[in-house]
Write a protein that binds this ligand. Structure first.
Ligand code: FES
Length: 153
């Protein structure tokens, strides 16, 4: 996978030189810039903050807010909760998988989409529900899946 230009990380990490307590903040800022934590960027952080890579990895994997792999421009979350499932959620998920050619947790090779499933999106009355970034799409059907995919950047 192509690594991004991590020069911004250098500048950021320099502000925390030798400061182990700044790790989480630095990781959050890196993720805000890149959408994930690029390995080259973590190496810079490791050197600047004087924290071994193994520790940075264990922290980054411990917190679910951090991603170690590049994600898609559109994060599609399909609800697999019971209320959505009984209203056809399975067919909605299968249509996303088939159309995008990826499964739960994967990203398309062009980094346009990441597909994830979630237990319940808290909008059961609208089921089956799909969340794209922070926008909810209710009463989803396989046909709506097709339209939604085409409408996304
Ligand atoms: S079960 Fe899907 S939103 Fe609650």
């Amino acid at each position: 996978m192509e690594e991004p230009d991590v020069s911004a990380v250098k500048e950021l990490a320099e502000g925390y030189t030798g400061r182990e307590d700044g790790l989480i903040t630095v990781l959050q800022e890196i993720q805000q810039i890149y959408g994930y934590l690029p390995e080259q960027g973590l190496k810079i952080v490791s050197q600047a903050l004087k924290i071994p890579m193994s520790r940075i990895f264990s922290i980054a994997t411990f917190y679910s807010q951090f991603y170690l792999e590049r994600r898609g421009r559109n994060i599609i979350r399909v609800c697999r909760g019971t209320a959505c499932h009984v209203r056809g959620g399975k067919a909605v998920l299968e249509t996303f998988e088939k159309r995008l050619g990826i499964s739960d947790g994967q990203t398309t090779p062009d980094y346009r989409f990441t597909l994830e499933t979630v237990a319940c999106l808290g909008a059961c009355a609208m089921g089956p529900v799909t969340l794209v970034d922070s926008k909810y799409y209710g009463k989803m059907t396989p046909v709506k899946v097709e339209t939604l995919i085409d409408s996304l950047p």
